[in-house]
Design a protein around this ligand. Sequence first.
Ligand SMILES: C[S@@+](CC[C@H](N)C(=O)[O-])C[C@H]1O[C@@H](n2cnc3c(N)ncnc32)[C@H](O)[C@@H]1O
Length: 376
Amino acid sequence: MTVKMVATCLFGLESLLGAEIDKLGCKRTETMDGRIYFEGNEHQLAAANIRLRFAERVYINMGEFEAYSFNDLFEGTRALEWENYIGMCDMFPVKGHAIRSKLFSVPDCQSIVKKAVVSRLSEKYGLKIFPEDSKVKYQIEFFIFKDKATLMIDTSGVPLHKRGYRIASGEAPLRETLAAAVASIARPSENTLFWDPFCGSGTIAIEAAMIATNQAPGLDRDFAAQSFAAFPESIWKEERSKALSEINMDSQFQAYASDIDADVLEKARENAERAGVADYIRFFEADARSIKKLDCRGTVACNPPYAGERLMEQKDAERLYRDMGKAFGDLAPWQIYILTSSENFERIYGARADKIRKLYNGMIPCRLYQYFKPKR
Ligand SMILES: C[S@@+](CC[C@H](N)C(=O)[O-])C[C@H]1O[C@@H](n2cnc3c(N)ncnc32)[C@H](O)[C@@H]1O
């Protein structure tokens, strides 16, 4: 069975997510800001949920059509084959977004979509009223962008950035998907020490260890589509055991994760244990300003406190960035990756980055400053 799918992601992660989708063997059909349309089969839908590190959710794409009026939205939605998934007693709530489109009232669109699905299923099942009393929930989502509607069913449930390991966190933790992106761009590998000197709850180091050991991010959690009749448990079992068998248990990967706050380190350690990567990460208390290069290859990847955020006043953050510039300047030839939303980071840090990548921490635009050469 061909399943049309949509995966959503934080803005800026589309190319990383696209490469992961290709690796699943799926066919990409369209990419736009924060979402990729692709095709695969039932197994690939399960694999997408279990394996995609950079996706927020995976949806079944029920269909797309132009919607300039409520009538277009109703007829377009009613024409889709909802009965292929939704049974007589299942729940099917509706939510969605409308952006830069003639149809802009989300509550109105919600009620039109609901009516259209009810109308379609009434015709198919011969029911007037749907009890929606089964435990299986098909969360319908519409996305109307520039007058084109995409109608979807969420297969992830809890968003995919919630891997399940981060019960405890410090202040301003990075979303796991963004931490995975920072880690992935820094290319964690066996023969290079990976160090996050502002580790907080440990997310970047944990995601780096999961990447280096080839551990799929969704192995320890459930997904909404596990209860869908079209995706029997055998598919999930098979895909989970395939992903499990691909973990590199003998990896020599090594990470350091340090922070100035002893309490947060305890939480980070627990998170790493829950994620199953504690053996690869050494957590310790240290001031990032006193970081010293060791006699090995190394990469530093971090997310220091942002200027202006709750954690730190502007002038304190600026002092910290200036001190970082001095301390990190001595680390060459180690590569350095610093994620921050601070506007004038390079000037304060005292060196121009060799490469900058624009990313988003939720809705906050930030940049990943990458240093590959000794400071000039
Ligand atoms: C934005 S948070 C990092 C969040 C982390 N990436 C996560 O996902 O949880 C910044 C961290 O830097 C730590 N910190 C602040 N000043 C520091 C310093 N001089 N040396 C080391 N850590 C510091 C804070 O305790 C905090 O945990």
